[in-house]
Design a protein around this ligand. Sequence first.
Ligand SMILES: [Fe+2]
Length: 312
Amino acid sequence: MNGYISMDKTLINEGVMFEFDIFVSSSSNSGLKIFKGKNSVITNNDITILSSIEEIFIQEKYKERYKMSLKTITQSISSKEDRKEEFEKHSKEIYSNATLVLENLFDNPETLGNYENSKSVVNDLVGNILDDDFTLKSLMHIAEHDFYTHTHSLNVAIYSMCLGSFLKLDQKALAELGESALLHDLGKSKIDPAIINKDGKLTDKEFRTMMAHSSLGYTIGLKIGIKNKNVLHGIKYHHEKMDGTGYPEGLLGTGIPLFARIIGLCDIFDALTSKRSYKEAMTTFEAVKLIKTHMSGHVDLKLLNSLLLMFR
Ligand SMILES: [Fe+2]
C-alpha cells in the first residue's frame, strides 16, 4: 500500500498512546481506514478487536516517530524484566539469611542475640512484602518449593505476613505477626528430637509431650523478653481449633486470637504444600480443597478463602 508501512502489533497494549494514526484494511477504495486516531489511549476493547485483524499500518511519513515509540516501549519492557530478576535474587538472599538465623535460634533459643537477629529477619521480610509485589510473589514462590523441615517456620512466617498484608494489617501489626509466626514452634526446641522426628505414629504419651510445645514456646517467649500479647498469643494458641477441639485451652471460634488463627492455618497449609521425604507436595488448590473437606471445623474459613484469593 503506497505511503503506508506495517506496524508491529505487539506494541499495542492497554493504556499506551501513539503520536500517529493507526490504520487497518478496509473494503473501501483506498483499502485502509483509521482504526485509532493519534494521541488516543488504547483500550482493552481495541485489543480485542485487533486480535482478529491480521495487519495494522501507519503512514510512512511518521516512520521516525514510530521508530521512537518502538525504542521506548522495548526499553521499558527490558527494564521491567531486569527489575524482576533483581527482586528474585534479593528474595533468595533474604530467604537463605533467614534460614541461617532460624537454625541458630532453634539451637539456642534463650541466647538474646539470636532472638534479636530473628527480629531483623522479620523487618527485612516486612519491608520487602510492603515494598513490592515482585518480592511478595518471589518469596511465596520460594516458600512453595522449599523442601526442608527447618524452614517450615520461615514459610509459615512468609505466608502469614502475606495473608496479613492481604487483610490490610498495618506495618506494625505485620511485623508482630511475622515475629509470632517465625517463633510459633519455638517450644519444639525443648522437646526430644526423637519424638519430633519420629517417622511412625506417636504413642499417647509422646503425643502429650508434643502437645506441650505451644505452651512451652509461650514460656520461652516470656523468658527472652517478648512483651507483646499478640505475639505471645500467636505462639501459645496456634494449635487451637475453631470447633474447640484444639489445645492447650480448647478455645472456640473467634475466641482464638487472630494471629493464632492465621498462623494455625498457614502452618497446616505449608505442611500440605511442602514436599517431605515421605510425601509429595500438594498444589495450592489441592491443599485448600483438602482443608475445606476434612478440616473445616479446625480453621477459620474466612481466612482460608482469603488465602485462596491471595494465590490468584
Ligand atoms: Fe506447632
